[in-house]
Every structure is written in C-alpha cells, then in structure tokens.
Ligand binder design. Sequence first.
Ligand code: URA
Length: 444
Amino acid sequence: MNIVDIILDKRYGRELTYDQIMFFVKGVTDRSIPDYQTSALLMAIVLNGMNEREMTSLTLEMADSGVHDDLSYVGDVTVDKHSTGGVGDKITPLVMPLCRSFGSKIVKLSGRGLGFTGGTVDKFSSIQGFNIDIPKEDFPKLVKECGMVISGQTPELAPADKVLYALRDVTGTVDSIPLIASSIMSKKIAAGADAIVLDVTCGSGAFMKTEDRARELASAMIKIGRLAKRKTTAVITDMDQPLGRTCGNIIEMQEVYETLTGNGAQDVVDVATVIAARMIMMAGKAGDLNEEQLVCECMNRLNNGKALEEYLTLIRSQGGIVDDNGPLYVDEPVELCRIKSKQSGFINGIKADEIGHASVMLGAGRIRKDDVIDMGAGIRFLKKRGDEVKEGEDLCVLYTGKNSKIVKGSEHYRDIVSRILNAYTIGDIKGPQRSSVIDVLTEE
Ligand code: URA
C-alpha cells in the first residue's frame, strides 16, 4: 500500500477502505508518513469529506493508536463528558459534583486551553495546591475515596490525534466534521467510559458557527458512538456569546463557586443542569425521576449546598486548599479597567471569539503550547445579550494578575479594549433571544 494512492483516492472523492485508513493512522503514529503527505490527505478529507464508515474506521484506528484506559475499577457505569469548546465554558466543574451528588462515579480527563478557547485543566490549576496531573495508578484510590477524579490528558491516549491535531492547526484543516468528530471520539473511546455526553457548542465562539453545522457534527459523533458501542448523547448549546458572567481562570472558578452557592447565571445553570441530568440518566442514577424532574433536582442541588459539598470534597481530595469562603486561588485578580458603552441601546450580540482573543491578549490563555497563563486575567461581563445599556455605562470589567506586564494606555492595551468594544453589537431594538440549550440529540 502507498500513501500517494490513498491521497489520490480521497482527492478524487473515492471512499477509503478500512486497510487504507489503518495504514494511514499507523504511519501517522510511528511517523513513517511525512507531515507533507499527512497534510495533503487531511486537506483532501476537508474538501471531499468522509462517509460514516470511513469516519468510524478513522476514529477506531486513532483510538487504537495508544492505550485504552480500563475503568473496570470504578465498578459502575461510567459516563464521560466533552465540550467541543467555547469561551467562558465552566460546565465540567459543575456537572462533576452534580452527578456525584446522585451517586455517579466520574473519571474525567480534560484538556489545556489553546487559542481562544479556555481549558478546564487551567481553570482547576488556578486553585492553590490543586493537583491536575494525577498519575493513572492513583485514579482507583481517588475514585474509591471521593467518587471522582479529574486530570490532564496523558500523551499515551490517542497519540495519532496529537500528531494530526498539531498539523491541522497549521494547515487550515481544523474545520472539518470528519476530522473533528474522529479527533474527539477517538479520545473519548480510548478514555474507556461506557457512555458519552457531548456538549456541541455553536456560534461565534465555537468551531461550528451555525446550528446546522453543530447538528451535523453532533449526529456524526452519535453515529460513531453507536458503531463503537458507546451510548452517546449530544447537547447543542449556544456559544454565540460567552457563557456566564466571566471568562478567564480564577474568575471563572469564582463563578463556579457562586453557581454552587445558588447565585449562578441562568445560561450556566441551564447548560450544567441539562448536561448533568443526561449524565445521571445514562449512569442509571436517576431513581424515580424523569429527565425534567432531574433537571429541577439538579437546580435544587446547586441552591441547597449538596453539589457544593461534593465540589469541595473533590477540591480537597486533589490537594486544593479551601477555607470558609471556598477554595483559595494562586493569585488575586486586579481590576485593570472598565469598558464603557459608546452608545445607548440593547445588547444584541457579544462575539465570543473576539472576547476569547481579547482574553488571551490579557494573559488568560495561550497562543503557543508553552505560553504561561496569567491566572488572574479575565473579563467579567456586566451586560449580556438582551440587556439594555446607556451610553457611558459599564459593559464589562477587565482583570489581570498582580504581576501582569500590561500597561494601561499602551498599544497592546488599546488593542484589547478596541477588540472588546467591537465584540458588542448594540442596536435600538432588542434582537431575537436564543436559549442556551438549543437541543438534546440521542441515537435514533
Ligand atoms: N476538540 C478536539 O479534541 N478536536 C478537534 O478537532 C476539535 C475540538
């Protein structure tokens, strides 16, 4: 078999055989196929797509390119959760304790942020003492003691995806449903859970800019899940504005704490409770409650301290420091400035990608893999879509950590401010509203 023939087959729109896909993934993993040929095939896939069978073969081969985690030590049904990415996405630290409060056991591997989307690993790292690099051999002990563990993704999991993702990032081949679906599902399958709940985001701050594309991606991943014998559900959520009241690391974890003490933003509460309810159902922990009742009960548990108690147990179990006011953080966000509206009207949109980029420029995220994050940096939104604003009123507050090098008035600072102002669309009439949970899709 030869890689040039495989590239040509896909270039001319022909279906790739299982053997061709296996040959490709093997060559990517052992690096025997050079990057230029891998990139050529990736581009042919972007342009000519893949059918369900090819997508599933690619996913399973990528999952098999490294180790498969064995979660049998959990001794119960395991349900994993994955978000396709967004700005202000703080759902994982909320659904873990919610699910745990119903008796589910959770093993969660999460990623670091890159580009304008934040990473759950970085958010947890903003808590003093919290260990997010838990060795695999310690998982069973933590699951036994606290019923949950969260850790950074290890390089042995789907190594083919690591190579492909790095190349896609620099060859304009990220935005492709078969490539995104196989990238996500290969890692989820290798991570070993019995069932998977996908948060498929759509809008300006997501890979999928439109609801139709998000539905297409969701249904591709559900089909792969079915063929790989993992029950898969996709929740389509809105990422046309940042989720919740904050984006950053410490300030997002502070918002998580606010949400767990009954003061959550409506969009965060809605997304977290719908996803948690679905995970609880799939784990078989719903008892007599139907899904609607479960969502209500999850809301109750955000308000009555039950989820908070589990959250603090998780934080302590991984070495995080907690006092009477909640977790302690590695820095203290310092207010840099307030951005004021230049006009009166209604907020009809906040471009989440622009906000994400501005937040990276503030120091809250990475452009390159080895960039150091300013944990104190971030943005607090005082106005969101649908709110009325008067000229001169504050739209949002910018924060940096204590040691930030950002100088007020500098060109960099002015770039951040203008980027944020450009992210807001303000009109004379209140535009259409859209709910944060758009749909829940399961296997037909
Ligand atoms: N997240 C992933 O893990 N892979 C993609 O391709 C896109 C989002």
